[in-house]
Design a protein around this ligand. Structure first.
Ligand code: E4P
Length: 218
C-alpha cells in the first residue's frame, strides 16, 4: 500500500518523508488556502517546492470546471515537474479532460468521488488514480469503507489499471481497514501516519527493557 500525505504544509511533508515511508502528496484548493498560498506564481512555486521534497506523485488540483480550461490548467500544472499528477474533479468536463490527459500521457487523480458509478467513469476515462472520500461519506451517515470494498471488486472484475486512492481518511482504523480491503493508496494527514506508531504495550515494553538494562549496566 502506498502512503500519501494529504497536506500542502512543507514541514509536515518533510516530516513524513523523513520517516522513510512516504510515496506521495495530495493537495487540494482548501489545503493550499490553509497555507496562505495565493497567486499563480506562488502556487507553482509551492508545488515545485513539494516536488523537491518527495520522490513522486504530487497531486495538484485544477480550479477550472470547463473542458478547455481544465486542459489548459492541467497542462500548465504538469509542466511544473514530472512528479505532478493533475487532480481533476468528478464532473462531466472533468471526465472528458481525464480521457484527453490519459491519451497525452499526463497522469491524473480523479477527485471528489462518492459512488461506484463515478469511479467506473474515472477508470473508463483512464484516470491514474481515483479518490473516494471515506470520511465525508461517514459524515453524512454513509459507509465510506463500503465504497472502497465495492471499488476493489469492480476494478478487479475488469482489471482496471486505475489505482484506488482512499482519501478523506480521518483515523488509523480507516487506514488499516483500507489496507485490509486492498486500496492501492491511502492519503491522510500526518497525524494518522504517526498515530500508526502508537501502542501502549510498545511503550511499556520499551520502558521495562531500558529499566532492566539499567539495573545491570548502571
Ligand atoms: C483528497 O485528495 C482530499 O484532499 C482529502 O483527502 C479530503 O479530505 P477531507 O475530507 O478531510 O477534507
Amino acid at each position: 500500500m502506498k502512503f500519501f500525505i494529504d497536506t500542502a504544509n512543507l514541514n509536515e511533508i518533510k516530516e513524513a518523508h523523513g520517516l522513510g515511508v512516504l510515496d506521495g502528496v495530495t493537495t487540494n484548493p482548501s489545503l493550499m488556502a490553509k497555507e496562505g498560498i495565493k497567486g499563480a506564481d506562488n502556487i507553482r512555486a509551492h508545488y515545485k517546492a513539494i516536488c523537491q521534497i518527495v520522490d513522486n506523485n504530487v497531486s495538484a488540483e485544477v480550479i477550472a470546471t470547463d473542458y478547455d480550461n481544465i486542459l489548459k490548467e492541467g497542462r500548465e500544472l504538469a509542466k511544473i515537474d514530472d512528479k505532478i499528477v493533475v487532480k481533476v474533479p468528478m464532473i462531466k468536463d472533468g471526465v472528458k479532460a481525464i480521457k484527453r490527459f490519459s491519451s497525452d500521457g499526463i497522469r491524473t487523480n480523479c477527485t471528489l468521488v462518492f459512488s461506484p458509478g463515478q469511479a467506473i467513469l474515472a477508470a473508463k476515462a483512464g484516470a491514474s488514480y481515483v479518490s473516494p472520500f471515506i470520511g465525508r461519506l461517514d459524515d453524512i451517515a454513509q459507509d465510506g469503507l463500503e465504497l472502497i470494498s465495492q471499488l476493489r471488486v469492480i476494478y478487479d472484475n475488469y482489471n482496471f489499471k486505475t489505482e484506488i486512492l482512499a482519501a478523506s481518511i480521518r483515523h488509523t482504523i480507516h487506514l488499516i481497514k483500507c489496507a485490509e480491503i486492498g486500496a492501492d493508496v491511502a492519503t491522510c494527514p500526518l497525524k494518522v501516519i504517526t498515530d500508526l506508531l502508537n501502542h501502549p504495550l510498545t511503550d511499556a515494553g520499551l520502558a521495562k527493557f531500558l529499566a532492566d538494562h539499567k539495573k545491570v549496566n548502571g
